[in-house]
Design a protein around this ligand. Sequence first.
Ligand SMILES: NC(=O)c1ccc[n+]([C@@H]2O[C@H](COP(=O)([O-])OP(=O)(O)OC[C@H]3O[C@@H](n4cnc5c(N)ncnc54)[C@H](OP(=O)(O)O)[C@@H]3O)[C@@H](O)[C@H]2O)c1
Length: 316
Amino acid sequence: MKEKMKAAIYKEFGGAEKIEVTTVDVPEVKEGEVLVRVKAAGVNPVDAAVREGYLKDFLPYEFPVIPGWDVAGVIEERGFSARRFEVGDAVYAYARRPVVQHGTFAEYIIIPESYLAAKPENISFEEAAGIPLVGLTAYQSLFDAGKLQQGQTVLILGASGGVGSLGIQLAKNAGATVIGVASEKNHAFMKELGADHTIDYKTRNVGDATKEIAPDGVDLIFDCASGETLQQSLSALKPSAKLVSILNQGQNLDKSIDFQYVFVEPNSSQLDKLRKYAEAGKLKVHVSNTYNLEQTAEALNQIQTQHTKGKIVIVP
Ligand SMILES: NC(=O)c1ccc[n+]([C@@H]2O[C@H](COP(=O)([O-])OP(=O)(O)OC[C@H]3O[C@@H](n4cnc5c(N)ncnc54)[C@H](OP(=O)(O)O)[C@@H]3O)[C@@H](O)[C@H]2O)c1
């Protein structure tokens, strides 16, 4: 049994200066849980938002907090009745628990095995660690909430980042036409991922540019950017269309819009689907940078820029 591990922690909410990298106890592996050796941990904007305390009224927490909700790693130990995986199996997970406390920016994490799915075999641990949170977000937004169908057109706002870059691919796999919105420097990247059309929010009114491409409007707007970009895009919604946002919870939106806010939930069955797409070569993760545990604060500063291309990952 592993008793100590290196982890990034914070003992109070605040900025990057609150992060320390230290040695902490590894909790005991309980019934239904496994000990996973973290090979890579994806970094998400929410990790910085939680550290700043923005979600403290919404998600219970216990200090010290180890940040990080994405993991790809190897099963090292199994608790009583945890028998879905063998010791040594490679797995990945969106590891958000009901209480914010034990995250993935550490050498190990203990987690109920129900959160885990087998890691896609054909991609690296770094790439796999970039899938769970953003892949599930894109999946739950496009299909569970957005009901995206083959032949429909989807406009993705903020399409070159973590969620959007997987969203483009999932929408294409479903047979949709994809219009991706990001700055000009990321247009070739969005096209490589499968976007049929791209729009630069810095130089165009997003609604006008969308209507030049799809004169009747789009069937779904998947909003991963919000703000002015979202407001501009609304003029391109077909009358029967849906708007799904992962940022806006209904503020400044006309009540007549068929709108849904999504907050991503762990779902290992959907991770299995994402694994199959990855193994079929239909879901790729662009890891634009990797950091070690000591660079956790730096990684969180980068993700807070809101201009990360693809994913960034911590390798403990
Ligand atoms: N509710 C949920 O469950 C949930 C889940 C995941 C993420 N989120 C939130 O959703 C947002 C996106 O997450 P992410 O991981 O994809 O972030 P990310 O990796 O930082 O990507 C940000 C994306 O937004 C684009 N962008 C920045 N400013 C923009 C603007 N004014 N108009 C249009 N696009 C703009 C960036 O493109 P350029 O670099 O080209 O500007 C990039 O494509 C974050 O705020 C995150 O906290 C919510």
